[in-house]
Design a protein around this ligand. Structure first.
Ligand SMILES: [Ca+2]
Length: 165
């Protein structure tokens, strides 16, 4: 009688943020609805953060170093439609800014509560930005992004690309 996990049903029928997605072409327009839902659902977001933090905390010391934060920063960049780290100074600047958000501009490690708070802020901003300028996702590759935005109906495997600015 238990529902299979990840089948939260909420995703059913609310696929309007995915305006169009087709297996052969593998692209879709995303407007941040799912990100917003994740952040607003306190329980789901807490468990997401727990999971994410554990995954990022490679040395299991309960804090995230700058290096350990890097994958999270890259995922956020991907969600923003940025090109990969190192591909341009202007996008690298944004990556640095995101990292600075996490560390509050200090070169220090980040606790779980700080990580959660900043992630929530950043994701809310990302969702607001996406609402204004939906991006086209092309075969998403980041696993985290998958967690953020996919329902069981869609398989994205790489991100990206054009964003209406
Ligand atoms: Ca650590």
């Amino acid at each position: 009688m238990e529902m299979p996990k990840r089948e939260r049903r909420r995703g059913e029928g609310d696929g309007n943020q995915v305006v169009w997605a087709e297996k052969e072409r593998r692209w879709a327009v995303v407007d941040g609805t799912r990100i917003r839902e994740l952040v607003e659902d306190k329980e789901a977001f807490s468990s997401y953060v727990e999971h994410k933090f554990e995954e990022l905390d490679r040395d299991c010391d309960g804090k995230l170093s700058m290096r350990e934060l890097q994958p999270a920063v890259e995922d956020i960049g991907a969600a923003l439609g940025l090109p990969a780290v190192g591909s341009s100074p202007s996008s690298d600047y944004i990556y640095d800014e995101v990292l600075n958000e996490f560390t509050h501009g200090k070169q220090e490690e980040v606790s779980k509560s700080q990580f959660k708070e900043v992630l929530s802020d950043i994701l809310s901003c990302v969702a607001a930005g996406l609402k204004k300028d939906p991006i086209v996702i092309l075969r998403v590759d980041g696993e985290d992004l998958k967690e953020f935005i996919t329902s069981s109906r869609f398989e994205y495997e790489a991100v990206a690309i054009f964003s209406q600015v």
